[in-house]
Write a protein that binds this ligand. Structure first.
Ligand code: HEC
Ligand code: HEC
Length: 465
């Protein structure tokens, strides 16, 4: 194992920091050691990137994890199949010609990659019941293709749960009653706040805790192997598997069930480490633009983001005032919230930290993970790198290949001059309103100084990553 890691390192020619436990460097040391990026970024000083050796994957374990994710008992038995198939009655009296499609369109579920008994991605039939799993949020349609590991940027689970409750009243079944999962906009919810609500149901918190923690979109799973800290604020170590299990409590799984399935979830995490970013599916960008963009990227961006010469690098946590993006997620997940998770079964033995920062994500396959920033508030990469181009109100179009914005790299959107007044519930979340708390699109001004042609070069380069 060691020699393979060494070989990878020799091939990429990176400096490898000393690893305490042969594989995973806990970036927590960096958090405590104060090597956060907080001001005066001078990228020009760093000539050679500091890489970590690529992780060595246990292929058998990863394969078991893949099978568990796609065919195992992930999640709980959430809802009767009959209820699922009759959900359309909540919003229309005319049966839709294609019920599965109508459900996908209303709730933003992704098309399945297999027939899946007529159920969307992230759901599966189990006898007379339907289970919901990780893929409802962690598989999305990108340029016309469902991609495992791409955050679903269209889903509105709050609407789905609300509709189930409405249907339950007339059909007389027990609806799921998870803690509120607030949807800020399509694909952007408050899963961290939901976890806090679950935690205080089970434990006495050390002090007041926030159960509304801004809004988050699901990060691309294929960047998991690139880094050392997870979650938008870098509060979790990359090795953690239990907090990712916690989401399933909201979807009908019980804690004893999860504890019993822990080995399977450990395998699932191993599978996530094998996922690869999808390749840019449009015309390849000109090679001279790519090489100019690469040079700019290494000069201006890699103080914070993983250098493209590194398979894997330590996560850089950037003080939230320095990056300047919407503060809510970072502010509301403070010491009390972290202490509550750390004291629970889900946090045991792992280094959870309150960071007051955002973690600079790895930009591998970033073209496929629009919209951008931790709250999905910016629809394209061009607008991430030019803050004057960020729309205040926008409506996301579809997910077909034609609705992908090849030029600005990201989602084609309809820009609105204001948020619609009192839209029907299902319409509301299609509009992204960046003036709402937790949905702000400010900050990350690091691309503003690029000239338009330099920016195009950086975009060309990012398409190849
Ligand atoms: C309701 C939607 C939802 C479900 C269901 C869900 N996740 Fe997530 N997941 C998220 C969001 C949103 C985040 C980002 C939270 C943050 O960073 O603030 C996330 C973060 C993660 C991360 C960390 C990614 C990173 O790079 O920081 C992992 C790993 C993960 N989820 C795995 C899973 C697994 C495995 C399951 C199923 C057992 C699951 N998730 C179920 C929405 C979901
Ligand atoms: C001072 C550190 C820093 C520098 C320099 C920096 N970034 Fe970032 N970047 C961040 C942080 C932190 C985030 C996450 C912010 C958030 O989600 O709120 C981020 C987010 C991003 C995102 C959004 C990723 C996603 O998946 O949502 C892109 C794209 C990006 N940066 C590109 C760049 C490029 C290109 C450059 C160079 C021109 C650059 N950044 C320079 C720290 C930095």
């Amino acid at each position: 194992m060691r020699s393979r890691a060494l070989l990878v390192f020799l091939l990429i020619g990176c400096q490898v920091p000393i690893e305490p436990d042969g594989g995973v460097v806990d970036a927590g040391a960096r958090v405590d050691g104060g090597s956060l990026v907080d001001a005066g970024v001078d990228a020009g000083l760093i000539a050679e990137p500091v890489c970590l050796p690529a992780l060595v994957i246990d292929a058998d374990k990863a394969d078991a994890g893949r099978q568990f994710l796609f065919a195992g008992q992930v999640g709980g038995q959430l809802v009767p199949r009959l209820a699922f198939d009759n959900l359309w009655r909540v919003w229309t009296t005319v049966p839709p010609a294609d019920v599965p499609r109508a459900l996908r369109e209303r709730y933003g579920f992704a098309a399945p990659l297999t027939p899946n008994d007529g159920l969307p991605m992230g759901f599966r039939a189990d006898g007379a019941q339907v289970r919901v799993d990780c893929l409802v949020c962690h598989a999305g349609e990108v340029a016309g293709q469902t991609v495992v590991g791409a955050g679903n940027n269209r889903v509105d689970l709050e609407l789905f749960i609300d509709d189930l409750k409405t249907l339950a009243r007339s059909f007389g079944f027990t609806p799921p009653n998870p803690p509120a999962l607030r949807t800020g906009a399509r694909g952007v919810n408050d899963i961290i706040g939901m976890t806090m609500q679950l935690a205080i149901r089970q434990q006495t918190p050390p002090g007041p805790v926030n159960t509304e923690v801004g809004f988050q979109d699901a990060p691309a799973w294929w960047t998991l192997a690139d880094k050392t800290r997870i979650y938008a604020d870098g509060s979790g170590p990359q090795t953690a598997h239990r907090t990712m299990m916690a989401t399933q409590l909201a979807f009908g799984a019980t804690q004893p069930e999860l504890e019993r399935l822990e080995p399977e979830y450990i395998a699932l995490r191993e599978y996530l480490l094998t996922l690869k970013a999808p390749a840019w599916p449009f015309a390849a960008p000109p090679t001279d633009a790519v090489s100019r963009g690469r040079a700019l990227f290494r000069e201006r961006c890699t103080t914070c983001h993983r250098d493209d010469r590194c398979e894997r690098a330590e996560s850089t946590l950037v003080a939230r005032e320095t990056v300047g993006t919407d503060a809510e997620r970072s502010v509301k997940y403070g010491p009390n919230e972290v202490a509550l998770i750390a004291a629970s079964w889900f946090g045991q033995g792992q280094s959870y930290r309150s960071t007051a920062s955002y973690s600079a994500p790895s930009l591998r396959g970033v073209w496929a993970s629009a919209p951008y920033l931790h709250n999905g508030s910016v629809p394209t990469l061009e607008a991430v790198l030019d803050s004057s181009k960020r729309p205040r109100f926008f409506r996301v179009l579809g997910t077909s290949r034609a609705e992908y914005d090849e030029l600005a790299v990201g989602l084609k959107v309809e820009v609105l001059s204001a948020a619609p007044v009192m839209p029907p519930r299902a319409e509301r979340s299609w509009v992204y309103d960046t003036t709402k708390v937790g949905l702000g699109n400010q900050g990350h001004l690091f691309g503003d100084a690029l000239t338009p042609s330099e920016r195009q070069d950086v975009l060309a380069f990012l398409k190849t990553q």
